[in-house]
Design a protein around this ligand. Structure first.
Ligand SMILES: [Zn+2]
Ligand SMILES: [Zn+2]
Length: 399
């Protein structure tokens, strides 16, 4: 089988950006004026959940000032996304006109990367959110796309997935326990607990601490899954609210996320308490062992989302830990790491992941994450969707 790039270059020979992107506009300029004028509402639509959900979660603490700032942030991120999307789309024509032909990597990959690179910068918090989301999605796409036998084996092997997830979990919890890194994870080992709380670092009895965590996390998991099921069946529920109690809906509610979360926190807290009582102190080693064992329930609910979250968090926290630990004047590795830490890593990850996701979107739609596909279609008012369909048609005709 010819490689995808060869095949594309063959079918694209003699075709222009007009054939691929804008058959209804004879000239690139007219098309670009059209897209800059029309795609703005798409970005505002994409971030509506970001506008609506946080105030709903805060509910009691919502002030007028918060609402104004929150809305301004929503407007800013929507405008940023609009500019990025429009720049990416314009770059498609620009690169085609520069090269004089359609090039495999100059369709989507470079234009998407450039659009994000040239576009206005996001506030750090949102940049982090976007970089991690893009990175997780491109990891998922890369794994699903890969034809390398070992990757394919790893993708299907539950044992290997569980074992590596346990390792990520151990790495994350030892970083958190060390106190040099303070980031969100499923559980928090509270390294700064004061001594009066006893050797385990929590208030109250151990069994209560354990049961409390399992109940809380289990409930969160069940609520999240129920919310997802409601979203998935929203059309049917709107027509008949009683379908909420029907068999189909209950079958769509998956209890496994709740069980996974409850087991994760249960094992972690249980092992931590046991080790702390035996050694009469708490160490990073304890947190690592407890984190490793707590990762085992992953086999009950193996999903790309949980796995990539674990992997990304392990990388991110390990990176932050090295940055904090590498301040002493060490050897070549330490100095190289320190040098790398000056790079704008989040921005680079965001740019490259977005370029790669665009590439997968166009040429490997069957492995492209659904959320990314929807986001692209919404932000470009289906301009990318038309392009994707044209590529699929050309390739089908060539085969
Ligand atoms: Zn054009
Ligand atoms: Zn305890």
């Amino acid at each position: 089988m010819a490689s995808a790039s060869k095949l594309f270059e063959r079918v694209a020979a003699g075709r222009t950006c007009r054939d691929l992107w804008h058959p209804q506009f004879a000239r690139c300029l007219a098309y670009n004026v059209h897209l800059w004028r029309t795609i703005l509402p798409g970005s505002f639509k994409l971030y509506v959940p970001l506008l609506v959900l946080p105030p709903l979660v805060k509910l009691n603490d919502v002030t007028v000032r918060y609402l104004v700032e929150h809305t301004l942030q929503y407007v800013y991120i929507s405008c940023c996304t609009y500019v990025q999307a429009a720049l990416s789309l314009s770059a498609q024509c620009v690169l085609h006109n520069l090269l004089g032909r359609l090039n495999y990597w100059c369709v989507m990959f470079w234009p998407c990367l450039l659009g994000v690179a040239i576009g206005p910068p996001l506030p750090t918090q949102l940049l982090r959110l976007q970089a991690i989301t893009f990175f997780n999605m491109s990891l998922e796409a890369a794994v699903r796309k890969s034809t390398v036998p070992i990757v394919q084996y790893a993708r299907r092997s539950k044992a290997l997935g569980t074992l590596t997830f346990m390792a990520f979990s151990a790495a994350i919890l030892s970083c958190l326990q060390s106190g040099t890194v303070n980031q969100f994870w499923l559980v928090n080992p509270s390294p700064d607990a004061d001594q009066c709380r006893g050797v385990c670092g929590h208030t109250g009895r151990c069994w209560r601490h354990l049961a409390d965590g399992m109940l809380k996390y289990g409930t969160v998991g069940v609520v999240l899954e129920a919310g997802r099921a409601v979203l998935r069946h929203s059309g049917r529920l709107a027509r008949n609210p009683l379908a909420l109690f029907g068999r189909d809906f209950l079958a769509a509610c998956n209890l496994r996320l709740g069980v996974f979360l409850a087991c994760y926190v249960g094992i972690f807290r249980g092992v931590c308490c046991l080790l702390a009582h035996r050694a009469a102190t708490r160490t990073v080693g304890h947190a690592a062992l407890a984190g490793f064992l707590a990762g085992a329930p992953y086999c009950l609910h193996p999903t790309y989302q949980i796995y990539t979250l674990g992997l990304t968090k392990a990388i991110e926290m390990g990176w932050a830990y090295c940055g904090a630990a590498g301040k002493s004047d060490g050897g070549v590795v330490d100095r190289a790491l320190q040098h790398l830490h000056r790079w704008p890593m989040l921005r680079l990850v965001q740019m490259c992941s977005f370029g790669y996701l665009g590439h997968v979107y166009a040429f490997y739609p069957h492995v492209s994450p659904i959320f990314h596909q929807k986001a692209m279609d919404v932000c470009s008012t289906d301009l990318t969707l038309g392009m994707k369909r044209r590529i699929a048609k050309w390739l089908a005709e060539a085969l």
